[in-house]
Ligand binder design. Structure first.
Ligand code: MTE
Ligand code: MO
Length: 380
């Protein structure tokens, strides 16, 4: 069994699939802390967790002006400045279960918690590539940076993905070769000893157990870059889909969801108010500037209070990599009834979320970001 040596996991995780391991925390735990504890951070593995010896570990880099390079873990930690960012990671399939309610899609049936927020420390990818002679003056025709994991399928094919070279090389891109998560060595499930963190970009490109980097004129040839993690029209089905016709998902669209109260909860008339909590985040470093909440299905709206970070320092412009948690107390109506709580977020480009799922439905169930709706009862 290739899964015989998997790490132990937190019992609170809700398991979507055991082998490979895929799990999300209970939504209420997500909004308990701005930084998600690593143990309950959502986990999305396509393959068995590889066991990597940190002593013999080598990070290979290809496509450099000077040929091939190889770095030990010690060199990665000591030769380059350690840079720390707080960044939210979201799977392309977060909230896929809501698409399944419209029409069956293919993929893990994620709820609203295939998203989490952590601090990440490591070397900047741009510093490493610069060190090996890669810079704007190098006319190589390269446009992409490919990553390969050390996790492999039965045929020996590793997990792989790529990002645009300009994101990797940008001074403000903050792409990390991370060796710490929340101030500790990366946990086994999150890519020990090194993973890529590409803030603002879909989880799938944040390659864990990083074994190789290739600077290239081409995107990664991997299944996950070419034939998966792409968006399509609701009218496209498995007979007509042409994966070459759509770009690989990189920056994600704006997202928000309600973590409290839970669907089906009852509140008492005598409470007079209902407390609503959740998260909001947007891709590409765009900052969430507002979250609107309704308790009558979207007829009337209230503005939630946003929590920027534990220290209250606002993000740098264009580098809002981390989510905002939000909260609001809303007066209850005067008689018993069912309430439909709704949330939608707005980012600093004034992007907002679509009101329903059907017009954004797609066969892979990715990019699910319609208004999140939760029904509760007010009783006396
Ligand atoms: N990297 C490797 N090597 N293998 C994987 O299966 N899964 C990707 C990405 N990086 C994956 C990977 C996907 S689809 C997501 S959403 C994120 O890792 C999940 O990261 P996490 O498990 O740290 O939350
Ligand atoms: Mo993912």
């Amino acid at each position: 069994d290739p899964y015989a040596a998997e790490p132990t996991r937190h019992p609170a995780l809700q398991i979507n699939n055991l082998k490979p391991f895929n799990a999300e925390p209970p939504p209420s735990m997500l909004s308990d802390s701005y930084i998600t504890p690593s143990a309950i951070f959502f986990k999305r593995n396509h393959l068995p967790v590889p066991k990597v010896d940190p002593e013999s570990y080598r990070l290979e880099i290809e496509g450099l002006p000077g040929g091939v390079a190889s770095l030990t873990l010690k060199e990665l930690k000591s030769c380059f400045p350690k840079h720390t960012i707080t960044a939210t990671l979201q799977c392309a399939g977060n909230r896929r279960s809501e698409m399944n309610k419209v029409k069956q899609v293919k993929g893990l049936n994620w709820g609203i918690a295939a998203i989490s927020n952590a601090t990440w420390s490591g070397a900047r990818l741009r510093d490493v590539l610069h060190y090996y002679g890669f810079g704007p003056e190098v006319a190589s025709g390269a446009q992409h940076v490919q990553f390969e994991g050390l996790d492999k399928d039965v045929t020996g094919t590793p997990y792989g993905a790529s990002i645009p070279l300009n994101k990797a090389m940008s001074d403000e891109g903050d792409v990390l070769l991370a060796y710490e998560m929340n101030g500790e060595d990366l946990p086994l499930d999150h890519g020990f000893p090194v993973r890529v963190v590409v803030p603002g970009v879909v989880g799938a490109r944040n390659v864990k157990w990083l074994g190789k980097i290739v600077v290239s004129s081409e995107e990664s040839k991997s299944h996950w870059q070419q034939n998966d993690y792409k968006g399509f029209s609701p009218g496209t089905d498995w007979d007509t889909v042409d994966f070459k016709s759509a770009p690989a998902i990189q920056e994600l669209p704006i997202q928000s969801a309600i973590t409290h109260p839970a669907e089906g909860t009852s509140v008492n008339l005598s409470d007079e108010e209902v407390t609503v909590k959740g998260y909001a985040w947007s891709g590409g470093g765009r900052e969430v500037v507002r979250v609107d909440i309704s308790i009558d299905g979207g007829n009337t709206w209230h503005v939630a209070k946003l929590r920027t970070s534990d220290d209250g320092v606002p993000p740098a412009v264009g580098r809002a990599w981390a989510w905002k948690l939000w909260e609001i107390n809303i007066p209850l109506p005067q008689k018993p009834q069912e309430l439909e709580i709704v949330c939608k977020a707005v980012d600093n480009s004034y992007n907002t979320q679509p009101d329903t799922v059907a017009p954004i439905w797609n066969l892979r169930g990715v990019l699910s970001n319609a208004w999140h709706r939760v029904k509760i009862k007010v009783s006396d």
